[in-house]
Design a protein around this ligand. Structure first.
Ligand code: ADP
Length: 241
């Protein structure tokens, strides 16, 4: 019996298991004979499917067939070096302060690019607490909306800063989903004037977003827009780990 072993990735999501096989793999010519059930029992990650050309596996073939549909539903996370005000996404996220009246850094850049109407709308919002998020229109920006979130001021790490930073990302994502947003760009919240250590902040950003998309696939793409080469390299390193 002719058998071939292919590397595959198995991921679990609320609907069950997703099997990812190499694109070049011709499903129509190949039929699944068996997998390694013993790996399942041991709780290890499956990495191989054994295929041959003559025997069908009725359990797994349908899963393999709708692999493309499942891939389409998965949220893409990308990183980019650049200016977030130029992002062509449904919403950009602003690292705002509690007043929502604008400020320096990315906040100042967003208000400048969006125009004075953004400040007018922000004035009606009654501020925003640390870790929370509020939505406005994007006005002159390419982005249709701006989600304003207030990250924590770094205070040495003993004032629940990590929880507040996580909440900033999480509440922004929840607000995005509520508003039917499909593409969202984040800056490195709190890592400028608010002084949050960059690597610790990047880890929270990546983990929060990754955990979120495992539970909710309604956003198509999440972009981390990093202003400096160093920040971009840091995210690149952490994303590949
Ligand atoms: P915070 O007060 O939350 O620290 P800052 O605006 O001071 O906010 O900085 C947050 C991050 O945004 C920093 O990493 C800074 O380099 C970055 N940043 C500043 N301007 C832009 C911009 N136009 N686009 C993307 N990121 C920016």
């Amino acid at each position: 019996m002719e058998c071939k072993t292919f590397q595959v990735l198995l991921k679990s999501n609320p609907e069950g298991l997703i099997l990812q096989v190499p694109k070049k793999f011709q499903l129509s010519n190949s039929k699944l004979v068996s997998f390694r059930p013993e790996s399942r029992r041991r709780g290890t990650k499956w990495s191989n499917l054994i295929l041959n050309k003559s025997v069908w596996c009725e359990i797994f073939f349908p899963l393999l067939m709708d692999r493309d549909d499942k891939e389409k539903q998965m949220t893409k996370i990308t990183i980019k070096k650049g200016d977030i005000t130029e992002e062509n996404v449904d919403t950009i996220v602003n690292a705002a302060n509690e007043s929502l009246f604008g400020g320096g850094g990315v906040d100042g850049a967003i208000h400048k690019a969006a125009g004075v109407k953004l400040l007018e709308e922000c004035r009606t919002l009654n501020g925003c607490k640390t870790g929370k998020a509020k939505l406005t229109k994007g006005y002159n920006l390419k982005a249709k909306y701006v989600i304003h979130t207030v990250g924590p001021v770094w205070n040495g790490g003993n004032k629940d800063e990590s929880l507040a930073l996580k909440n900033s990302y999480l509440n922004s994502l929840i607000l995005a989903v509520k508003n039917g947003i499909k593409t969202i760009a984040f800056p490195a919240i709190s890592t400028g004037v608010y002084g949050y250590p960059k690597e610790a902040a990047a880890k929270i950003a990546i983990k929060t977003v990754s955990d979120f998309i495992r539970e909710d696939e309604s956003i198509d793409e999440i972009v981390f827009v990093l202003f400096s080469e160093n920040d971009f390299d840091l995210y690149k390193k952490l994303m590949s780990e």
